[in-house]
Design a protein around this ligand. Structure first.
Ligand code: DX5
Ligand code: ZN
Length: 215
């Protein structure tokens, strides 16, 4: 099963509600919520108030990507606000097992993310505790960047490991995904496809439908 996961980082925030409605109406199952703190990544995006607004008005599965140092500080609040899945970065947390266990105990799904320069081996100790691995295909921090082609080998490697030993773990990719490289990423084994700028431009509904058709 493949899941399309539009990232609202690329939305027009003047029209956020309407744009999320379009994505939902077109049949996307997930919504990707990029929380950035200006510390772990250079930029600041948005946080709890936006999550709360989206949750109050939308039933989409909220996939929260925490590009935040010490994400363990925010788990309770995120889940209270309705996060369905929380992904923390392996580079950003000193207490990963405890944090993943906390996410699970509070009823959300768990994810662990790796930056392009971090090897896959960094997440292997946590595979038993996660519902999803996120292989970043750009350096986190900004939407609209170009896909880093070397990451395709990490996706393949991760898919091999998942198939061998953790068949229920989802494999998410994030950054620079377009209709042009979608097929290559699916073939490499990604099954949760985050995409921001390729969705939130022009006819949003048509963009979602086109991605879904090819997945
Ligand atoms: C990047 C974010 C991504 C971003 C993807 O740091 O984690 O989720 O929104 O945007 P595009 O698809 O434009 O690369
Ligand atoms: Zn993201």
């Amino acid at each position: 099963m493949n899941y399309l996961c539009p990232s609202i980082l690329a939305a027009d925030f003047w029209e956020l509600g309407r744009q999320v409605e379009l994505v939902e109406k077109a049949g996307a199952p997930y919504l990707h919520i990029d929380v950035m703190d200006g510390m772990f990544v250079p930029s600041i995006s948005f946080g709890m108030p936006v999550l709360r607004c989206v949750r109050n008005r939308s039933n989409l599965f909220m996939d929260v990507h925490m590009m935040v140092a010490k994400p363990e500080r925010y788990i309770e609040e995120l889940i209270q606000l309705g996060a369905d899945s929380i992904t923390i970065h392996v580079e950003a947390c000193d207490c990963i097992p405890e944090t993943l266990a906390n996410i699970k105990a509070l009823g959300a799904e768990t994810g662990i993310a790796v930056n392009p320069e971090t090897p896959i081996s960094a997440v292997l100790p946590y595979m038993d505790m996660v519902d999803m691995v996120l292989v970043m295909t750009v350096r986190p921090g900004f939407g609209g960047q170009e896909y880093i082609i070397e990451c395709i080998n990490k996706i393949k490697e991760m898919r091999r490991i998942i198939n061998q030993s953790y068949p229920n773990v989802k494999l998410e990719i994030d950054g620079g995904v377009t209709l042009g490289n979608l097929e290559m990423n699916l073939a490499a084994g990604a099954n949760v496809i985050v995409t921001g700028s390729a969705i939130f431009k022009g006819d949003i509904e048509a963009n979602v439908r086109e991605f879904l058709k090819r997945m």
